[in-house]
Design a protein around this ligand. Sequence first.
Ligand code: DGL
Length: 269
Amino acid sequence: MSTDTSRPIGVFDSGVGGLTVVRALMERLPLERIVYFGDTARVPYGVKSVSTIEHYTAQITDFLLQQDVKMLIVACNTMAAVAAHIVAGRAGAVPVINVIEAGAQAAVAQSAGGRIGVIGTPTTINSNAYARRMHALDAGVRVYSQACPLFVPLVEEGWLDHAVTRMTAQEYLRPVLAEEVDSLVLGCTHYPLLKPLLRDVAGPAVRLIDSAVTTAELAAGCLQAEGLANDGTRPATYRFVVTDVPLRFQTIGERFLGRSLGVIERIDW
Ligand code: DGL
């Protein structure tokens, strides 16, 4: 493997949501170049079968490896939940970080009483991946999970502080909050945008674990440990590659990224 530390980091997601992870990476690692891949033609993944997600994940991993990336970041919780083994099996010596590992580590480390809630897409929650990882890190924690399928469309609609979203959150979180959790893992790329609303609904006693921020932190540690951090001789550049440019993509993408996207490359699959 090349030792050129100016090679980009490959970040991927089922669509636009992984831009929350890119945003956290830009803030935490401003010297790093990033190639982002969003499978906007085939999103959402969160309601698809495991075998379909595995197949898509393999295609995306191979595409990013062809871009000579120095690290892969699985920004999509759904892919991390059911297809992390596919990425690891193809990555060879390229280190791989994923949002579930990052979120699980942060939750276990930060939970005061070991009572942790997890919210995500149906596929992520059904996979039990967060609970399994957290139990492997600390067998004593109690994990309460809840699928929130309506959150993704509500966020994409821009209803971040809307009465409908608030009612939906109250409904979804009720059983988890009834278990008196002290932390809540936002186990989906879209949920960091709901943080202010979820903070309100969950109340001040519940710590929100944002897997975008924790992933950027884990990536920073891994780059240092592997001697792969960019020394800044080549400036940070960002490429955004997608499989479709749907209506409103620019608006939604820029809301997730918190800045202008610039040129968007579309590839035909
Ligand atoms: N990116 C997905 C996740 O983090 C949410 C969108 C989808 O269902 O594809 O789980």
